[in-house]
Design a protein around this ligand. Structure first.
Ligand code: HEM
Length: 426
């Protein structure tokens, strides 16, 4: 059993949180190269922390040893979203997952299909209308917001535009307060952004509670009647589900999809005609550009990861960007090769961690999958697209979600009716 490569520095002065937040990908790349190891240590949030950049390390952390490496109940997420599944451990987390997953599977998920179809149609039908290039990330974020507010709160932009607008603004204020908090301070009560966020949260909570009391339909209705640990649990989770984070993650994936396929007519044609090929394209999109950089755990006891000793109370962070480019599993790791998923990497989807992995993986994966396929199929059936202007700086930033730092613009050309009619019958 070896000591983790690197060093965890001295308290406060040795903290590397800011360096990490500035550019997490370079932070990890530099250290992986320096230590010649995809697992190393540094100091984050003023705590010695193991960084996991290998598939093997990620699998041990999130699957085999998930009872040793636990969620941090004092995470910033708790300050802003309250007590939710995200920061809960043990039996309580199991019970919450059991209850909540019923909302995202089976008949509940099925009944969302019509809404997903209609919201994609509404938000994507006019992409070529202005004749001007579209800022795709903003368009897709609006689509994601219409999806979550319509689905989770029964507030539809076309039916209640003012309420929709108000909630969207409150969610944004709430979110900006969360990220304005200094990264190394747990309860940043003096930050003005943070107090605006708390005000926005209170207003959102009033709207949510009103919905839970008076709306018996759809997701809100089902959530209201679920067995949950206490009376505030349903409202806290709704606050989480409608948070700005989910539309951002959806917009991140859709933006990466349109960029990967821009100007590539043959790949688009194939993805439109062959659902299995579209599946491999989407796997490759999430492999190369996972929306979230990763996740964090705390070691509840002395343990090991990938053969390295991890002492009790160490933090552990898995970096999905680096795990997904582990050359042990993914040959030519930086290349966009959808075919790998029907060849060498067939059946290895469980080596990805864009949606986490193991018993604490994302409960919204199926819903996201249905939504992404619908949105991507809509784009493929109705448009040709290319970067406009053709040369743009597409360098990615990774926080809070992955996307090009300079918002890319894309021109969409509507395909002629004959072709979309033909594809409707395929
Ligand atoms: C593109 C969309 C999404 C991405 C990329 C994503 C990603 C993730 C990731 C990486 C985790 C694991 C975090 C960790 O290991 O610490 C996670 C957990 C979670 N996600 Fe998602 N998610 C998405 C959509 C959704 C949706 C639509 C919902 C539900 C409304 C949702 C609800 C949750 C919850 C409740 C957890 C916590 C699960 C637990 O701790 O047991 N996510 N998600």
């Amino acid at each position: 059993m070896s000591k983790l490569p690197g060093n965890a520095g001295v308290s406060v002065l040795g903290d590397k949180s800011l360096e990490f937040y500035r550019d997490p990908v370079s932070f990890c790349q530099q250290r992986v190269e320096k230590h010649r190891s995809r697992v190393f240590q540094s100091r984050m949030l003023n705590r010695p922390t193991a960084f996991i950049c290998s598939v093997q390390g990620m699998k041990e952390l999130l699957c085999d040893k998930s009872n040793v490496f636990l969620k941090d109940p004092t995470d910033l997420m708790t300050n802003v979203y309250g007590d939710t599944l995200v920061t809960t451990n043990g039996e309580e987390a199991c019970l919450l997952r059991l209850s909540l997953t019923t909302l995202f599977t089976g008949s509940c998920l099925q009944s969302s299909n019509d809404y997903i179809t209609s919201v994609c149609e509404r938000c994507l039908k006019d992409l070529s209308l202005s004749g001007q290039p579209e800022c795709v990330y903003s368009t897709f974020k609006r689509l994601g917001t219409e999806l979550v507010l319509g689905l989770f709160l029964n507030v539809r932009a076309e039916e209640q535009p003012e309420l929709f607008q108000e909630i969207m603004q409150l969610c944004t204020q709430h979110w900006h307060g969360l990220i304005s908090a200094p990264v190394n301070v747990k309860v940043p009560l003096w930050s003005s952004g943070f107090s605006t966020a708390l005000e926005a949260r209170d207003k959102l909570m009033d709207i949510i509670k009103d919905k839970l009391e008076n709306d018996t339909q759809g997701f809100v209705g089902s959530l209201g009647s679920l067995p949950l640990p206490d009376s505030s649990s349903a409202s806290q989770h709704l606050l989480l589900f409608i948070s700005a984070l989910i539309p951002k993650a959806l917009a991140s994936l859709l933006t990466s999809f349109t960029l990967a396929l821009s100007g590539n007519k043959q790949t688009r044609q194939r993805a439109m005609e062959d659902p299995d090929y579209l599946r491999t394209v989407l796997l490759e999109v999430q492999r190369l550009w996972p929306p979230f950089i990763g996740g964090r755990r705390l070691a509840d006891q002395d343990s090991t990861l990938a053969g390295f000793r991890v002492p009790k109370d160490y933090g552990v962070i898995y970096i999905s960007h680096s795990v997904h480019r582990d050359p042990e599993v993914f040959q030519q790791p930086d290349d966009f090769l959808p075919e790998r998923w029907s060849g060498r990497n067939a059946g290895q989807e469980h080596y990805l961690c864009s949606f986490g992995n193991g018993p604490r993986s994302c409960i919204g994966t199926k819903l996201t999958d249905v939504f992404l396929k619908e949105a991507c199929m809509y784009l493929l059936k109705h448009y040709d697209w290319c970067l406009d202007p053709p040369s743009q700086d597409l360098e990615y930033k990774w926080l809070p979600v992955s996307r090009p730092a300079n918002p890319p613009t894309i021109s969409f050309t509507r395909l002629d009716q004959t072709r979309s009619d033909r594809s409707d019958t395929v």
